[in-house]
Each structure stands twice: as C-alpha cells, then as structure tokens.
Write a protein that binds this ligand. Structure first.
Ligand code: ADP
Ligand code: GLC
Length: 486
C-alpha cells in the first residue's frame, strides 16, 4: 500500500513537540512492514536539507483575487520513506513554525491552507497514494478539500483519508471571512461542518470529512468524547464514535535509550545501572548544581510550557515541596506565563529547583538519563512521550492519570514488586504533593527502587505494534472508500 503522511512537523526536519517524533518514526516503521511511504511537510527555515531537488516547479494556489505559486522539493529517501517539502519562503522561512511567544502568526490559515492544497496537487504529479494520513489542524484541510473541492477529481476517487488528533487543544480557529478568501465553499460554514461558535474550525472540518479518526492513546480517545476533554468538539466525535480509535504512540529506542544515547555522560543498561550515577552528576553540573549530596533524588522535567502540562500545581505546593529531600531540574520553553513562573520558583528556591528556559535536545536527553524521577502532572495528555522515554532510562515517572500517561504507567506496589511509576487522579496540588512524597519514600529503599526501575526499563513501546494498528486502519479506510464508490 502507498501511504502519504501529511504533517506540520517531523524529526529531523522540524520540531516543536512530540508530534515531530511520531511523524519522524512512523514512516520508517511502515516502510519496514513493506509499505510505500511519502511524507509531506512544509519547508521551514529550520528545515535543513542536504540535497534539495525541485520535483514540482509550480503549484497554483488561489487566494482572494490573485494566485500564489509554491513549489515542492524532495528531501530524498530515509529508511524507505520519501520526504517532500512544500516550499513558499514568504510563508515558511520564518523564525518559528507557528508563531512567537507573543502569539500565533496572523496568516496561519493561509499558510496551512496553501500547504494542504499543495499536497493534493503535488500528489497528482508525484504519485497519488491509496491513503492520506493527516496530522493535527495544520493538515486538516486535506480531508476537507478532498471531499468538497476535489470530490469530482477522478485522481482521488478511491483515495482514503485518515486523520490523527495529537492534541484537541489546538484546533485552527479563524474568522469566517477566511473561507471565501481560501476559495473554500461557503456552505462549509454550517454547524454540521466547519462552523464553531461563529468561527471557522479547521480541526472540526477534518473530524467531519476524514474516513477514519485516530488519536494517540486509548484513554484519550474516550476522554475527548466528553465535555471535560473535548474542547467543544466532543459532540462531533461522539457522532463519529464508530470510526474513532486510539493507537498509542511508539518511541524510537535508537534515539532514546541509555544503552545508545550519544548525549549522555555514561551508557548504562538494566544489567548494569552504574553509569546512571555519572549521568546524574553530569546533569547537575550542566544545571550549575554543585554542592549537593549525590544521594538526594533528582526530579526531572522536560516540557513545552503550556497550560496543558499542569505546572500550576507545582506553584501551589512548592513551599512544602521545598522542605523535602529532593531537587527539581526543569527544562522548558513556551508560554511566557509559565516561563516566568519557573524563573520565579528558581529565584525563590534556588537550592531546590534548577531551571533552564530553553529548547535543547541534548539537555533533554541528559535529564532523562540523570534524573531519578520524571514529573508530568498534565491537566490532559493525549499520549506523552517523555514518560515513555523515562521508563527506558530507569527514571521513574510521577504522572497524573490522564490520557496516555494513564495508559502507559502502572502504579508501583512495593508488596508485589509490580508497577512502573506513581500516579494521581485529582487535579490539585495536594494530590500531586502526596504522590511525590510516596515516590520519595519509596526511593529510600534502594533495593526495591531498583526493581521499580527495571520494571520500567523492561517495557517495550517500540513502533512495531502501533504501526501494524495503523495499517489495519488504512485497510479499513480503503474498504470504506470502496464501499462508498460501489
Ligand atoms: P508534547 O508533544 O505535548 O509537547 P510529548 O511528551 O509528546 O509532549 O513530546 C515532547 C517532545 O518534545 C519530547 O521529545 C521532548 O523531549 C521534547 N521537548 C519538549 N520540550 C523540550 C525542550 N524544552 N527542550 C528539548 N526538548 C523538548
Ligand atoms: C501532542 C500531545 C502529546 C503527544 C504528541 C504526539 O503534542 O500533547 O501528548 O504525545 O502530540 O502524539
């Protein structure tokens, strides 16, 4: 089967979060299963291509009363997948992917509408896939256009489209006037299609027009059908419940494993954990923490700083947390509000919380390896990758029981010696504090703590199983299309 992934970011070409890791790894897993895979991405300033070759010189994209012309360059093949980039410097050659800390770029609707239309047009030149697999709101217009503007196009008659929701919190909301400017039919602006409280909602369009919808964990696929987690789209999802499913993200253990990691001070494995102490010392040095007892547990954080991630809970309890024997090491960037919050905490409790406001992949690896615990108190978490990485590094996750965090972490039970981490359910500081205290208490018994570490290290969340589940979805989509066409 030929599958075309359409996504706004992908490792190693562009990244703001876990979506990039997923889109970077899934194509290779699909190729290993014997499928042909193309990946369509925007060509951003941060996209580094060694030998770019123009493969489609000019694609006409109408906007308002004029035409824009973009091109598509090939980034070559990697592990069996072919990478294509939509090139339009005025839109994509910018400092950031979607916006600055001050807010989103004002022309995001135009940018990603162009991207989506260019993918459809380019595929007709390069090769029409059996199934498009689109990711998040930035590619949501692919299914919309496929079933409206391009519905009569013979090239796409049998082509299926599946859509993966990585985060319901980002929907692509724009003023209704954008529809005619993008040359999209005005009748999309109804409640049963893309209208959403007076605005146009790109994600809603994808949920209406895709043949199948997936999200990145089983638990999240259920949560988003409730008003607590659906961000207003729970009704649309419930209406499509028969074609909604959760497929847990895999991770790439070539990149994220203490036995192979090229960024860490010493490699280690479940059989020989001794290198971890060196990683811990190296991490503390990197964060300028020098006068501490190596026996004191280190709690790591690596995250986008956003409301989703639940860090407001830390402020609620930090004065009491500061009295515990532990040190927090946090790396993150994002919303100004949370960046400032962490800087403030560091100023208030310099002995207890070390902070770097930055995006730094090497430090992210050092934190995974050098911490004893990893904290993710998320308000919601579609899948979450860092807790899965943590398991492999013997860094015990302390998480809120939501979405993929709940699906991947099993509570530690010292009596049976089973479990991989610690979790709490109620979204409040007290619940977080008592769970951290439980973990700190467990840490004191180093013999059973090592059992806990090894339980996590033995877990396998590699892509193989999830890629097979995606293939089943693609097959289902093709059957649905065939039934439709008949
Ligand atoms: P999300 O996609 O919601 O941000 P995930 O847990 O799925 O959360 O993925 C986050 C990914 O981004 C991980 O690979 C993590 O290491 C990386 N990451 C997040 N913040 C930073 C940062 N400040 N520096 C380096 N890597 C980061
Ligand atoms: C999103 C989610 C995160 C998930 C990632 C990859 O950004 O916030 O939970 O792991 O996408 O699917």
């Amino acid at each position: 089967m030929h599958i075309a992934l359409v996504a706004p970011e992908c490792v190693p070409f562009s990244k703001t979060g876990g979506l990039a890791d997923v889109v970077g790894a899934l194509p290779h897993a699909l190729a290993r299963l014997g499928h042909q895979v193309s990946v369509y991405l925007p060509r951003y300033r941060q996209t580094k291509l060694t030998d770019p070759e123009i493969v489609v010189r000019s694609i006409t994209v109408p906007y308002d009363d004029r035409y824009r012309f973009c091109s598509v360059v090939s980034g070559g093949t990697q592990s069996g997948a072919q990478f294509y980039f939509v090139d339009y410097p005025a839109f994509f050659d910018r400092d950031a992917l979607y916006g600055t800390p001050a807010g989103d770029y004002p022309d995001n609707a135009e940018r990603f509408a162009m991207f989506s239309r260019a993918v459809l047009e380019a595929s007709k030149v390069l090769r029409v896939p059996h199934v498009f697999h689109c990711h998040d709101w930035q590619s949501a217009l692919v299914p919309v256009m496929l079933r409206t503007l391009y519905a009569e196009d013979p090239a796409f008659r049998d082509v299926g489209c599946t859509f993966t929701i990585h985060n319901m919190g980002y929907q692509g909301l724009f003023p209704s006037e954008i529809l005619p400017l993008l040359m999209l039919p005005w009748d999309l602006f109804t409640m049963s299609k893309m209208e959403f409280f007076g605005q146009v909602n790109f994600l809603k369009g994808a949920l209406v027009y895709s043949d199948f919808i997936t999200t990145v964990s089983k638990k999240y696929s259920q949560e988003i059908q409730t008003s607590e987690y659906g961000f207003g789209l729970e009704g649309v999802l419930r209406a499509r419940a028969a074609t909604v499913t959760g497929i847990l993200n895999g991770v790439d253990y070539e990149e994220w494993s203490p036995e192979k990691d090229k960024f860490i001070a010493a490699k280690y494995s479940p059989e020989d954990l001794s290198g971890k102490a060196q990683c811990k010392a190296d991490l503390l040095t990197a964060f300028g923490v020098t006068d501490t007892n190596p026996k004191i547990p280190v709690v790591g954080i690596v995250s986008r700083f956003a409301a989703q991630k639940g860090f407001d809970l830390i402020t609620q309890i930090m004065d009491r947390l500061a009295r515990e024997d532990m040190i927090v090491v946090a790396l993150g960037a994002g919303d100004k509000e949370y960046e400032e919050m962490f800087v403030r905490l560091n100023r208030q409790f310099p002995q207890k919380i070390a902070v770097k406001v930055a995006y730094n992949n090497e430090l992210a690896h050092k934190i995974e390896a050098g911490s004893d615990m990893f904290l993710m108190p998320s308000r919601y978490e579609p899948c979450g990758l860092n807790q899965i990485y943590s398991l492999k590094y013997g860094t015990v996750p302390v998480v809120r029981a939501t979405g993929g965090l709940d699906d991947t972490i099993e509570p530690w039970d010292a009596r049976t010696g089973r479990g991989t981490g610690f979790k709490f359910t109620d979204y409040n500081g007290e619940a977080l504090l008592s769970t951290i205290r439980q973990a700190l208490l467990a840490y004191r018994d180093q013999t059973s703590w090592q059992v806990l570490m090894r339980n996590g290290m033995a877990k396998d969340f590699s892509w193989n199983a999830s890629a097979k589940e995606y293939v089943r979805v693609y097959e289902r989509v093709r059957q649905l299309r065939a039934a439709n066409a008949a």
